[in-house]
Design a protein around this ligand. Sequence first.
Ligand code: FES
Length: 200
Amino acid sequence: MSFHPIMPYGEGHHRSDRVLLHKGEPFNYTPERAAQLEEICAKYPPERRKSAVLAALYLVQEQQGYLTASALRHVAEFLRITPAEVEDVASYYVMFFKAPVGKYVLQVCRTLSCALAGAERVTESLGEKLGLKVGETDASGMFTLLEFECLGACDRAPVVMVNNEHWHERATPESCARLVDDLRQRGAAALTGCHLHIER
Ligand code: FES
């Protein structure tokens, strides 16, 4: 039965796709990170302490790699706001990981410019090389493969971003295979930030 006089809203319309975060281990910032966050909070008026919520979430991710419900609760206590306010922000921004990820998170942009320039082939070839589907992490915990929305570098499509920070532009299946091999051999030294090179 519908609650609306005209529209036939059925049960399906009330169902939410929202996935609750895994509770995880009890979380506390390390003393260094707590001090760092306190310093950031001090930049805002005391009643605007919650303005530091993005920084607070980045510090959680830096410390344990991804967000958990326990960590969000700790952030809420730290910033003196409600867990719901923290979750609103955490669930909105895609750069926060909601589950464990590998050491190198490869995120292929799938929006129009990248899609037209071959992003699907790049994702497919990365998946084949790593033995992963989008959203998966390999058994060694080294690589996670994800898709992302427009990174604002459409003129250099397709773009692959590594660890939310390092971009590899005009990516091809071949260049991505080299990137994976290079990451395996040289680790973070392979993340040269090639977009800087192109823009110079
Ligand atoms: S569509 Fe991929 S960077 Fe814009």
